[in-house]
Design a protein around this ligand. Structure first.
Ligand SMILES: O=C(O)C(=O)C[C@]1(C(=O)O)C=C[C@@H](O)C=C1
Length: 354
């Protein structure tokens, strides 16, 4: 071994010893905080602040994204010493929703697959799990309306959001595209990879199934089948990834919400999700939204859905920048309350950092 290489390795060993000591010292502080808190240990606003701080102070050469991901895992492990968290997600195992849950809570959280979005809500409401992660919108497929309907009816709060780039892979048990007889995937994913499939597997039947993870499971049982799914599903079912990022739209992103019995305290860069309704007469929405403009509260999303409570009534789902305790947001909400037939604050939470 060259002298130079040995010198670097000796230095790395010394630094690892220091890191080990420092990480454990950090963990001791988290444990002590856990005892002081005596209740809810997960603090989304503090986690967002920690991640933003390491990104801002990062001297490189590692990217801000990379250091934030490393600290995400460190915090996840520290929190597990305070109390192990359980997180329900829309399953089965290997779905993008599970990837979003791990991206948000780190690998130390225990993730639990549910068979429907309703079941995720039920488990959090019944305190069977601490948190839930559900999809709410996709940049190409649009809104997940079941999530909005359940948010409207549920006493649960939104305490976080997760943005996940959706990358699709073609996978099967063995190498090579030859003698593939069928391709399984969720209908939406087959749609998202339409052009790649037309070009590379033009005459092979595409079979829609209930989820991408189910597609991967089926492909793991039959060598002549392939699946379109995410990387986690390939790892879970030990499939070969034959082609990556095969989606037609390179910026395909899904947004997920974290639901809980509580929302988050202000972190400095927050969002608030609202649901409101008014009689469906001309100009109503403009009047409803006027307090937001008056107090300079920016809207990041506006969506309407039939309220199901009366024939011509709609519910507007509005996301605004800021926390409900921020002065301008609080004033706007107060005024909105007097104008709206119905107003529900579904939660204030930190804008996604990772
Ligand atoms: O600051 C706290 O409240 C902690 O418990 C420590 C810590 C961390 O590791 O930094 C861990 C879990 C919380 O969700 C937030 C932060």
């Amino acid at each position: 071994m060259s002298d130079k290489l040995q010198q670097h390795r000796t230095r790395i060993d010394a630094l690892d010893d220091e890191l080990l000591k420092l990480i454990n010292e950090r963990a001791e502080h988290a444990k002590a905080i856990g005892v002081l808190k005596n209740g809810v240990v997960y603090r989304p606003e503090r986690e967002a602040q920690v991640l933003r701080r390491v990104k801002d102070n990062n001297p490189g050469p590692m990217s801000g994204e990379t250091v934030a991901r490393l600290f995400r895992e460190v915090m996840s492990a520290c929190l597990a010493l305070e109390k192990p968290l359980s997180v329900a997600f829309l399953g089965p195992a290997g779905t993008f929703t599970q990837a979003a849950a791990i991206k948000h809570f780190g690998h130390a959280a225990h993730t639990e697959a549910c068979s429907s979005i309703d079941e995720v809500f039920r488990k959090v409401e019944a305190n069977i799990v601490d948190y839930g992660v559900v999809p709410v919108e996709n940049s190409t497929e649009g809104t997940v309306s079941r999530t909005l309907d359940l948010l409207l009816a549920s006493p649960l709060k939104i305490c976080g959001e997760v943005d996940l780039r959706v990358h699709q892979f073609l996978m099967r048990k063995k190498e090579g595209l030859q003698d593939i007889r069928r391709v399984y995937s969720h209908a939406q994913s087959l749609g998202q990879c339409h052009e790649w499939l037309n070009k590379n597997l033009p005459d092979i039947p595409r079979i829609p199934v209930s989820s991408n993870a189910e597609a991967a499971r089926l492909a793991s049982e039959d060598e002549s089948s392939a699946a379109v799914a995410g990387e986690m599903a390939a790892e879970l079912y030990q499939l070969q990834k034959l082609a990556q990022n095969i989606e037609d739209e390179p910026n395909n992103t899904t947004r997920f919400l974290v639901i809980a019995q509580h929302d988050a305290a202000p972190s400095g860069k927050d969002k608030t999700s609202l649901a409101m309704s008014a009689k469906n007469k001309p100009g109503t929405i403009v009047e409803l939204l006027s307090p937001l403009a008056k107090y300079q509260v920016s809207m990041t999303k506006l969506e309407s859905r039939p309220s199901r409570m009366g024939m011509w009534e709609y519910v507007f789902f509005v996301d605004v920048e800021g926390h409900q305790l921020d002065e301008n947001v609080a004033k706007a909400l107060q005024e909105l309350e007097s104008k709206a037939a119905f107003l529900k604050v579904m939660g204030s939470y930190p804008i996604a950092v990772l």
